[in-house]
Design a protein around this ligand. Structure first.
Ligand SMILES: Cc1ncc(COP(=O)(O)O)c(C=O)c1O
Length: 424
């Protein structure tokens, strides 16, 4: 599509999105005021890059978030196949009881969270549904929400759709790594804070919160009386001996925390669309209504496959997957650090790096457009994860080694063709 045609299309989309009849919540989720702050609108920019990649064709993706080089073990896939024959009916709003019982055992064992399988745990369509539904349950219009920045790109629109007002809490970039900065959180938290939203590990920065950092956050939450929504999608994706801790396990936190988990990322099961949430029974009661009136139930295939994960021996698969991801992380970090103008972090969790590209002289959107046009490789602009993510891009290492190598060859060549001088 020619540039003028693309521009006209963008304007048409924006005009439609701003139509007077459209619900306020949808309009606010599109974040139009980013543009007045000098940023591209993250929602339309993501579409623009997607459209451009489609139009160019033959693009190597280093931008997605799904494990590309392995399937879950045979016994998990067998359980899914069996479900097709043995579980043909609605699984019920609460899902299968044996699944919830297995989830309760896992939460106790892996997360130190004690939860009643009958009224404190519900199956969901991945962790994505937990984000959307929890925010709708917990937030009233204009409630104050603290959100780490950078943070998973879907979270800000979901908070906005639920009516929340966001105060960003910057994670710190020290030139080599991303870090949690308690002072930054303490500065903006107040008695007006209703909710803190976090992903642990953090997508895109790969920050894995330590027990003592979670204790600091929990102390603040109890003192100022706010709730926490903890997205623990990447609890099983950990490197260099990092250990996952759940904030809901800390004293006085179960009663003020909703935690979202998923089988998607840890077990290469993004297509199964199965996750779960745990929290106080009163919140779960509202979640029951949302499930009942929106989706009716989660898929039987997803639940039976996830039950097999919980009751089978996943350890060999997990160990192999982690070693494979860690090798690819190290390869990617080393390749990116060789490129003038780029300084790459070495994340301890998730499967993304979030390097600083400011030395190239490009904004993150310019960088992504440049490598897409000149190298046919896609990476994600940092501002999609919050304003503090600008100056960085997200590059994924969940793909096969061959795909990562091909993508990096293309990215390196595209950067070598960069017209402007580079200040390293
Ligand atoms: C931090 C985080 N939370 C939630 C999700 C949603 O994933 P799913 O619904 O497949 O669990 C993602 C997906 O990329 C993610 O990165």
């Amino acid at each position: 599509m020619a540039d003028t045609k693309r521009q006209a299309r963008r304007e048409r989309l924006n005009a439609a999105a701003n139509a007077p009849w459209l619900a306020d919540r949808m309009k606010s989720a599109l974040m139009p005021e980013y543009e007045s702050d000098g940023f591209p609108n993250p929602v339309t920019a993501a579409r623009h890059l997607g459209d451009l990649a489609e139009e160019l064709g033959d693009v190597v993706s280093l931008s997605g978030g799904t494990i590309g080089d392995r399937l879950p073990p045979d016994f998990v896939r067998d359980a899914a196949r069996e479900a097709v024959d043995k579980y043909p009916h609605y699984p019920g709003v609460k899902g299968y009881r044996d699944f919830r019982v297995a989830l309760a055992a896992k939460l106790e064992r892996d997360n130190a969270i004690t939860a009643d399988p009958d009224d404190e745990i519900l199956p969901t369509i991945g962790c994505q549904q937990v984000i959307d539904s929890t925010l709708r349950i917990l937030l009233n219009r204009d409630d104050d929400v603290l959100l780490f920045d950078p943070e998973y790109a879907s979270t800000e629109p979901a908070i906005r759709m639920a009516g929340g007002r966001i105060t960003p809490v910057p994670l710190a970039w020290d030139g080599a790594e991303w870090r949690f900065d308690f002072e930054a959180l303490a500065r903006v938290a107040s008695h007006k804070t209703k909710l803190l939203v976090m992903s642990n590990g953090n997508n895109p920065a790969g920050v894995v919160y330590t027990q003592s950092q979670l204790e600091q956050i929990a102390d603040l939450a109890r003192t100022l009386d706010f709730w926490v929504f903890s997205d623990e999608e990447y609890e099983k994706t950990l490197f260099d001996g990092a250990v996952h801790h759940s904030i809901a396990a800390l004293p006085g936190m179960h009663e003020r925390t909703v935690t979202g988990f998923s089988f998607s990322k840890g077990y290469a099961m993004t297509a199964y669309r199965i996750g779960y949430m745990v929290g106080p029974a009163a919140v779960m009661d509202h979640m029951h209504s949302i499930l009942r009136f929106s989706i009716q139930a989660c898929s039987a295939v997803g639940q039976r496959a996830a039950h097999a994960v919980l009751t089978g021996d996943m350890q060999p698969w997990l160990a192999d997957n982690t070693a494979n991801l860690q090798r690819k992380r190290d390869y990617l970090v080393q390749r990116l650090n060789r490129i003038p103008g780029i300084r790459c972090n070495t994340p301890r969790g998730c499967y993304f790096v979030f390097p600083d590209i400011r030395g190239t002289g490009l904004t993150s959107l310019e960088f992504c457009e440049h490598v897409l046009r000149e190298g046919r490789v896609s990476v994600t602009p940092g501002f999609e994860f919050g304003r503090h993510g600008e100056g960085h891009v997200r590059v994924s290492f969940c793909f096969s080694q061959a795909q990562i190598e091909a993508g990096m060859d293309r990215l390196e060549q595209a950067m070598a063709r960069l017209p402007q001088p580079v200040s390293a």
